[in-house]
Design a protein around this ligand. Sequence first.
Ligand code: SOE
Length: 380
Amino acid sequence: MGKKLRVGVIGYGFMGRAHSNAYYKVNKFFDLEYEPVLQAICGRNEEKVKAFADRWGYASWETDWRKLVERDDIDAIDICTPNDTHHDIAIAAAEKGKMVLCEKPLARTGAEAREMVEAVEEAGVPNFVWFNYRRVPAITLAHEVVQEGKLGRVFHYRAVYLQDWTIDPSVPQGGHTFWRLDANVAGSGVLGDLLSHSIDTAMWLNGPIVAVNALMETFVKERVHQEKGAPEPVKIDDATLFLARFENGSVGTFESTRYARGRKNKNAFEINGEHASIYFDLEDPHRLEYFEHSDDPRLRGWRSIHVTGFEHPYHKNWWVPGTTIGYEHTFINALADFLKGLQTGTPAEPTFRTALATQYVCDAVAKSAQTGTWQEVTRI
Ligand code: SOE
């Protein structure tokens, strides 16, 4: 430890809390050269931002992100605000020479994301996107298993990301709680919010997606806007499904919805290879299911691996084998990797450039759903 990294976090909602917790705890569990300092929190509501600063021990607070970005006592800007603000904040921060960390999805569109990539790369500043599920130990283990070639040739990639919290038509859209349902702010519905996670994981595990064929549905056509108080047409996708072709010749299916009654955060995937298959479900996050064809045929079957041993990713930084870690630890693990990247000079993934590839898949999915045709994915 020793190198202080003075962080300015923008946004004190769900992600502001998750990221603040990571900055607060990372050095308690990981041996790192860098030590984040909770230098400033920024949010528009003065009373709330002050209360947040007190609770988390931030040294200062701001109500205007532009002022925060101008400050000389900030080394890194972390964007935890709704999607429509990511582009302007990231570019302003990069121009000021700050490191930029951004909550997913990187942007509303590929065009916005591309400009963000250009800005951080021109400025030469470290950058990172918080696709936190890469740091679920069982998903990281899946990555190791695939990298080691245990699956052999991959035939199928199957992903679902299912929730159920928007079935009630009286749930509003817009405002600070329901901005995810407002297309102007979010850019899209489940595509950017949920499928971006699935796509990031899929391309990390199985390589680039080159073409897609999609459909989208909006089940509830009108919702009251929380701030304006009147009903407005709903312009987000409530459900998106797509077929995919991967560069390695495998084929994929992706399904996401917020209308799967009983599914709260089912982010699951299965990969079927020539020699082995793997399956993961975030609703059972400590387990990786694994099937190996070369096992003794009499004993062959799906193994349910409890990914909580010292030989498993991240666990030696936490508790004794068999105990578990949770959602918040995925952010702490991610931050530890980002800080190690600063230390070693090998940037932690996903960088803005890597996240741009996910954004381009999202663009192709949206275009395919509009046109009813296969779409090739823009390559970086
Ligand atoms: C939406 O409900 C949400 O909070 C996403 O925005 C997160 O990225 C996902 O991890 C959990 O669900």
